[in-house]
Design a protein around this ligand. Structure first.
Ligand code: ASP
Length: 333
């Protein structure tokens, strides 16, 4: 008697996993987002031993050009497929450049009970030693695995399983470019063995709605002798929130601090992340943030912190006027 394999849907958005080059020896010069998902699936016959795979081309973009409309479309397609009775899991193929932001968006918005697993590749599909085929197979294995249920949005690359909230791209070209710098990976895939060494943190907060309209939220960096003209211009243009890629443990140059204090006085939300690439930015000691001591984005890098601030300000544009609530938000998600 043959066993019915789980039904897994692959939603493709483009990226290097769907990239091609006329020169297979080149892994740096190629065109991203050119190969249709049907062809990517066909190139991995072993998928047929793992799942009944169905593929949908949601978009075909280089993820450097990611837009909120595509995030919304992705959320809608996840909603559609996860409502089908016999779908066991969803895999999303994506470019590596902004994967960590889309992953954060999915972490914050998806209450989907099925595994939602992102994957990508550092080398184009035509490259010698392309990493996409194994990453796709591993992602489908994870999406089809009962042990992945209830673990939140996941990212599978280079045989590692990461929490979508934690994972970042930390190298320009290496195949092991993805890390979870503070928490570490959740587990690994070794051939048919899908193993979770730990479960993601106890985030019980409700998922945030996908906005109909997105506020302006920007990232500014602190470095030697910064100017304040950019901040002042952005406030005048209606920016509702800033994430500061601050130095070290959240230190902000006094020139930027002065500009951000003025912005905060107009109700703009300001959160400090770190430009170091790893670690938790110290939370201001009680009494909770006031004056030039802005809230901490915790261990979220500036790009991930911006996604949280975008979604939070979309739901409550006045959040910038309440530093204690803003701090609580970053401690919650
Ligand atoms: N520029 C590509 C993208 O993000 C890079 C990649 O996927 O590795 O779509």
């Amino acid at each position: 008697m043959s066993v019915l394999l789980p039904r897994i849907v692959v939603l493709a958005t483009g990226g290097t996993i769907a990239g091609s080059s006329a020169n297979p020896a080149s892994s740096a010069h190629y065109q991203a987002a050119t190969v249709p998902v049907s062809q990517l699936v066909q190139a991995v016959p072993a998928l047929a031993d793992v799942a009944r795979v169905e593929a949908e081309q949601v978009a075909q973009v280089d993820s450097k050009d990611m837009m909120f409309d595509l995030w919304r479309m992705l959320a809608a397609r996840i909603g559609y497929w996860s409502a089908q009775d016999d779908v066991a899991g969803i895999v999303i193929t994506h470019g590596t450049d902004t994967l960590e932001e889309t992953a954060m968006f999915l972490h914050l918005t998806q209450a989907c009970p099925l595994p939602v697993v992102m994957t990508a590749a550092m080398r184009p599909s035509t490259s010698l030693s392309a990493d996409g085929p194994l990453n796709l197979l591993d992602a489908v294995r994870v999406a089809a695995s009962p042990v992945a249920v209830g673990k939140g949005a996941l990212v599978v690359l280079n045989q590692q399983i990461h929490a979508a909230r934690d994972v970042v791209k930390a190298h320009t070209s290496a195949v092991d470019a993805f890390h979870s710098p503070v928490a570490g990976p959740l587990g690994f895939v070794q051939d048919t063995y899908v193993h979770f060494s730990r479960t993601p943190g106890p985030d019980q907060a409700p998922r945030l709605p996908v906005p109909a309209a997105w506020p302006l939220v920007e990232i500014v960096a602190s470095y030697a002798q910064p100017g304040r003209v950019g901040i002042d211009a952005m406030v005048a243009a209606g920016v509702l929130g800033f994430v500061v890629a601050a130095a070290g443990n959240g230190s902000v140059h006094e020139t930027l601090t002065a500009a951000l204090v003025d912005a905060a006085a107009c109700g703009v939300a300001v959160a400090r992340s770190s430009r170091t690439g790893a670690g938790h930015v110290a939370i201001p000691a009680p009494p909770r943030p006031a004056g030039g001591v802005f809230v901490s984005a915790g261990d979220l890098n500036p790009y991930k912190a911006r996604v949280l601030l975008l979604l939070a300000l979309a739901g409550d544009p006045s959040l910038g006027r309440d530093a204690a609530r803003l701090q609580a938000l970053f401690e919650r998600y």
